[in-house]
Design a protein around this ligand. Sequence first.
Ligand code: BG6
Length: 495
Amino acid sequence: MQTENNCIVIFGASGDLTHRKLIPALYNLYKIGRLSEHFSVLGVARTDMTDDIFREKMRAALIEHEKAEGETLENFCSHLYYQSVNTSDAADYVKLLPRLDDLHDTYQTAGNTLYYLSTPPSLYGVIPECLAAHGLNTEEYGWKRLIVEKPFGYDIKTAKALDVQIHRFFEEHQIYRIDHYLGKETVQNLLVLRFSNGLFEPLWSRNFIDYVEITGAEALGVEQRGGYYDGSGAMRDMFQNHLLQVLAMVAMEPPAIINADSMRDEVAKVLHCLHPLSEEDLQHNLVLGQYIAAEIDGKQVNGYLQETGVPADSNTETYMALRCEIDNWRWAGVPFYVRTGKRLPTRVTEVVIHFKTTPHPVFSQNAPENKLIIRIQPDEGISMRFGLKKPGAGFEAKEVSMDFRYSDLSSAANLMTAYERLLLDAMKGDATLFSRTDAVHACWKFVQPILDYKTANGRVYEYEAGTWGPTEADKLIAREGRVWRKPSGMMKKKV
Ligand code: BG6
C-alpha cells in the first residue's frame, strides 16, 4: 500500500543523517513503489542553498550509498526542494509558508506534512514553537506529524521539560519519537517469535529462564562524533534508549492486539517494573569503561582520549555493563545482564535467553546449556542451542545448534532498513514502533540514578580497544557463576 500524498520537511537537511539515512530511506521506498508519486521533500537548514544544489548533493549521496542510477534516481531527485531558514528565529519561518503552499498545491497533498527534526537537540523544543507561530502545526488542513530524533532529553528533568515544550504545540498523537532499533526487522521479530508460537511463551518466565544477556557491541570507536559522544556516553547513547527498548521487547507481556496503543501500553508497563537501582545495588551491579589505545589486527588505534573532539581528561564511559531485574510476576529474580560498548572485538547485537538446567544431571556433570540466541545484527537470525548425544560409546552430551538465518528466506532481499520502515510507518500514521512519552520517562526514571551514581563516584575502568571491556565486567557476572557470551561475527554454521 502506498502512503498518502504528503510533504516531508526535514529540519537539519544539511546534516549527516539526512544524506546518510533519511534520503536513502526515502529513495528506497520510492524505488519499491511505497511512496505516492505525489510526495515532496523540503530540506530546511540555515545554510544557503538552491533546490538544484540540494538535489545535486543528495544525488551524489544516493549514488555513493545506494548505487542509485538512471531514471528512478532522476525522478526521485525532482521531488526534492530546499529552503534556507534560520531555524531558531520564529519570524524567519514565514519563508516556509509560500514554499509549503506551493508544494501542497503541486503535489495535491491536502496539507499532509511530516516534519522531521534532524537538528541538534537544542532545537527540538524551538522548532515546534516556531512552526506553531505560523499555524504550521494545526491539523485543519491535512495531518501534521513531528518525528523527533534521539536524544529525547539529557536526563529525566530535561526529558520532561522537552515534553512539556513540544506538547504545547503538538499533541501526543502527532509526535513520533524515533528509536531506530525499533525499526530493525529482528527487533520486531522478537515479538513475532514470542507471540506467534505456542512453543516459547510457556517457557518465557522465571520458571524456566535462568538469566538473560543483552549485548550491543560495536567494533568502531567514536569516529568523528567525539564532540557529541563525550556529552552522552554509552549510557545515554545506547542504553537509555536502544537497549532498554530491546529489553522491553524481550520482557513485555503479550499485547491484546498489535496496534500503537496496546503495544506501547505493554512496553511502558514493563519499563515501569525495572527494579530501581540504589547506590548499593550500583556498587555491585554496574561497570563503566573507557577504551585505551591498542593494536588491532596489526593496526594501532586511538584510545578514547585521543579521539577528535574528546577532552584529554574526559571521564565519559564508552562501555557499560549492568545487572538489572524486573519486579513483576513473570520475571522476579531473573537477572538481565546488559552491556554495550565501542571498540569491542566485533559488531554484534544479540539477546541470549539462558534456560535453567535440568534438575538432575543424568548424563554428565557439565550438561550443555539450553539457550536461545536472537541475533539482531549482523547475520540476523535465531540459534537454539541444546544437548545431544555425542556419537560413540557412553552417554556424553554435547552442545549442538539449530539455526535460522534471515538471509535464507527468499524474501530476505526485501528487508527494509530501520529508517525505511519507520519513515513509512510515520507517513501511514502508525506509531506502534515509536516511543511514547510514558515509556521515555520510564527509561529516564530508571537511568537517572545510574547517571547520578556515575557523577558522584565516577569510576570508569580502562579497557584495551579490541577487547570485551574491563575485566571488572567479567567479575560482575562471574559473581553468580556465569560468563558473558563472546559472540563472534558469524552465527555458527548449520548442523
Ligand atoms: C546510534 C548511536 O543511536 O546508534 C551510535 O548514536 C551507535 O553511537 C548507533 O553507533 C548504533 O546503531 P546500529 O544500528 O549501528 O546498531
